[in-house]
Design a protein around this ligand. Sequence first.
Ligand SMILES: NC(=O)c1ccc[n+]([C@@H]2O[C@H](COP(=O)([O-])OP(=O)(O)OC[C@H]3O[C@@H](n4cnc5c(N)ncnc54)[C@H](OP(=O)(O)O)[C@@H]3O)[C@@H](O)[C@H]2O)c1
Length: 281
Amino acid sequence: MSSGPKIWLITGVSRGFGRELAEALLDRGDTVIGTTRNGSADIPRGKGRLDVLALDVTDARAVKTAVAAAFRLHRKIDVIVNNAGYGLLSSVEEATDEEIEHVFAVNFHGTRRVIQAALPHLRAQRSGHIINITSMAGVAPNPGSGYYAAAKMAVEGISQSLAKEVAPLGIRVTLVEPGAFRTDFLSEHSIRRSTGQLQDYAATAGAAHERLAAMAGKQAGDPARAAAAIIQAADSPKPPLHLVLGADAYHRTRQMLDAFSADLETWKAVSIAADYEPPPQ
Ligand SMILES: NC(=O)c1ccc[n+]([C@@H]2O[C@H](COP(=O)([O-])OP(=O)(O)OC[C@H]3O[C@@H](n4cnc5c(N)ncnc54)[C@H](OP(=O)(O)O)[C@@H]3O)[C@@H](O)[C@H]2O)c1
């Protein structure tokens, strides 16, 4: 894609990554259509143009309306960033149906609805770049956030399939997989905690929750640098399918790939022996 000014649609620009990204883009003169739940955002316009649309991504009808309105504004969109999301801290056993359904409603269904609403327009354009913010949890989950990981993995799954479906149509897909970044993500405004506290999970899920609580406000990841990395990927003529952000995310992904690879090779003979015998030649 050319490195000239672009038109972006970004969900969740009220704070965090979404706001950093919108600010950096407006500063360099791009056009940003940002969504917030209350329909307003106090973001400096810089050299660019900002339009703000109201959207709670759990509202299926509102997603269709907002995406249609976004395409009407400038008749095309170059980059769509599915950013709105939050984390749920709970052991797998203790989360309630309501907590699980809501973390999927925002992180997975919100994202896939925006994608489904945008695809007819992107197909007509024969261009566009869909950037989905998942997480290192969606690649290499830790204890204590299994349902958040599952919702982000669901986004990973559809995105990898989608990338193959839309590449022939001129549409690109990138998964951004951040580690711990100093946004509001771990603050009481964003993170949700299940009320369960079984002693049997104190050393696993419980310890992970304590580590995260102690990390809030001190995360190593710089959201402004994350925004710059996302812009670099969007400007690249060959954007990656996976963009892992932060040293923690890099090392956790590396460990996961090495462990996966070790299982794959150790059990290779068993894997292959599960097929029918090849017919005699
Ligand atoms: N920061 C990290 O360490 C980290 C790591 C991995 C992945 N991520 C992912 O990065 C993305 C952005 O998070 P962040 O770190 O910027 O956190 P943040 O500072 O808490 O910002 C979250 C954004 O999502 C919006 N949002 C939440 N629920 C929404 C809903 N139902 N409808 C519409 N918007 C909603 C929030 O809007 P309101 O202001 O209205 O609540 C806010 O704009 C998320 O998808 C998150 O999972 C973050």
